[in-house]
Design a protein around this ligand. Structure first.
Ligand code: FMN
Length: 197
């Protein structure tokens, strides 16, 4: 049976609009997938400490300090489709998702450093990223920069994941009508995508 990994990190937990839309889309688009959820806020990952930083360059793939990183990378390798629901925090990804990135992007494990640059060592897989934000950062209504999209795209590309679609839930602090309209628009956008292919 195919597997789907749902990574989410809103501090609003089950009340998060991004999380709710993610769950709905997983049920609609990937009904035959076994779902694995990882809540990066409710179950925070360990911060990057001296041991991890040292182990990274030790060449010891089975170093105990790499155990969490290994678990996360295997989780990613074993999934057929990836869905990420993330809020925008101060124009980019929340710290909890940044930590996942720091643990998953591991030299000589999930990517290799070559004279031409970093090359991903993980197979590509369809990925949907739902980004929720209080304000607007896309198109004519944008009143702030978006450092999230390019950064997260680059992080996923680094390990080899290139089939990534970003869908936005913007203006989530402008009341129930704005929330409804953002959810309807985001749902329609995903309906028009070939996700998961
Ligand atoms: C620490 C913090 C930083 C935030 N930074 C931004 C920001 O830079 N831009 C923005 O539009 N909204 C910002 N917000 C608002 C959240 O993006 C918004 O409340 C959230 O995405 C709602 O989505 P959810 O219902 O999926 O949790 C921030 C919220 C918090 C808690």
């Amino acid at each position: 049976m195919s597997k789907a990994l749902f990574l989410h990190c809103s501090p609003h937990g089950a009340h998060s609009h991004g999380y709710s839309l993610g769950k709905q889309l997983l049920a609609e688009r990937l009904p035959n997938h076994t779902l694995h959820e990882r809540d990066l806020t409710a179950e925070p990952l360990p911060p990057i400490g001296t041991e991890y930083a040292t182990a990274l360059t030790s060449g010891q793939a089975d170093h105990p300090a790499l155990a969490v990183s290994e678990t996360l990378i295997r989780e990613l390798e074993q999934t057929d489709a990836l869905v990420i629901a993330t809020p925008m925090h101060n124009f980019t990804v929340p710290a909890s998702l940044k930590l996942w990135i720091d643990l998953v992007l591991r030299i000589n494990r999930s990517f290799a450093s070559t004279p031409e640059g970093k090359v991903g060592l993980i197979r590509d897989r369809p990925t949907l990223v739902l980004v929720s934000s209080g304000g607007f950062h896309q198109g004519e209504r944008a009143r702030q920069p978006d450092f999230l999209t390019a950064y997260l795209r680059q992080a996923l590309l680094t390990v080899g994941i290139v089939s990534v679609e970003f869908v936005y839930l913007e203006g989530m602090v402008f009341g129930p009508a704005a929330v409804d309209s953002a959810l309807t628009a985001a749902h329609a956008t995903v309906t028009g995508l070939r996700f998961p292919g």
